[in-house]
Design a protein around this ligand. Structure first.
Ligand code: SF4
Length: 248
């Protein structure tokens, strides 16, 4: 069983977030997540997918990276795409994600993993760049954060706060200052886009009514007013394709 993973989709797109935004990237989206964040836009990956061996995953990745699939000879087919991201769902919820990451590193890829912060990152291979979510109060999952993951952050890693309310902004500022995050790695801030009906899953947590929603503009104003050295980001793929489109 250690040699297999439940995979929702493997596809080629551009990286929509992080300091890697805009670059071509191959995404391996693994099935399943133990959390139920209020703003989750990938609830479709909570279930389904197919069981694949590491070898089959590596083969699919190589096909996409080398210009296979639907690309034509006029594309840069002689050059291999170097960037891979493991995402989900929660990729670290499956043990075989670790040997998969190591195999991708050994093959020469730059490997990112996007993780919720609720699973121990201690076994992530050193060459892999961790993009660690620190869940804010409106997500409904803030208490699941493992502080050990925050302590383990390296300069090549990135942390991400997804904010939706005034309470999230205050929590974010406190976390950044308490853990000296801006001095230790890149800090990313995203606004939680409201879900479309097609993205909503009834199992998601609800934002408490006592919280105060903020707009994108208010997030940026807060960062400027408080002089927080964090990188505000928009999810680029949602501007290129419909926000609920899968596989992009
Ligand atoms: S960690 Fe939250 S946002 Fe990420 S897949 Fe799980 S429920 Fe969705």
């Amino acid at each position: 069983m250690k040699n297999t993973l439940r995979v929702h989709e493997i596809y080629r797109s551009i990286q929509g977030e992080s300091t890697w935004a805009g670059l071509p990237c191959i995404f391996i989206r693994l099935t399943g997540c133990p959390l139920r964040c209020s703003y989750c836009d990938t609830a479709y990956a909570f279930r389904g997918g197919e069981t694949m061996t590491l070898e089959a995953i590596l083969e699919k990745v190589a096909e996409l990276a080398d210009g296979g699939g639907e690309w034509t000879a006029t594309d840069a087919s002689s050059s291999r795409l170097p960037l891979i991201e493991l995402t989900g769902g929660e990729p670290l919820a499956q043990a075989a994600a670790v040997p998969l990451m190591q195999a991708l590193v050994d093959t020469g890829f730059t490997v990112l993993i996007e993780t919720s912060g609720s699973m121990d990152t201690g076994d992530v291979p050193p060459a892999v760049r961790v993009i660690l979510d620190i869940k804010c109060p409106s997500s409904g999952e803030a208490e699941k954060c493992l502080v050990s993951n925050i302590r383990r952050l390296r300069p090549t890693d990135e942390v991400k706060f997804v904010v939706a309310t005034r309470e999230d902004l205050e929590f974010m500022e406190k976390s950044i200052r308490e853990h000296d995050l801006s001095a230790r790695c890149q800090v990313l801030v995203s606004w939680a886009s409201p879900l479309m009906d097609s993205q909503f899953d009834p199992s998601l947590k609800r934002v408490p009514e006592s919280m105060n929603p903020v707009s994108r503009r208010e997030v940026v104003d807060f960062l400027l007013d408080r002089r927080i050295p964090a990188r505000f980001q928009l999810q680029m793929h949602k501007f290129i394709w419909p926000p609920d489109q899968k596989g992009v």
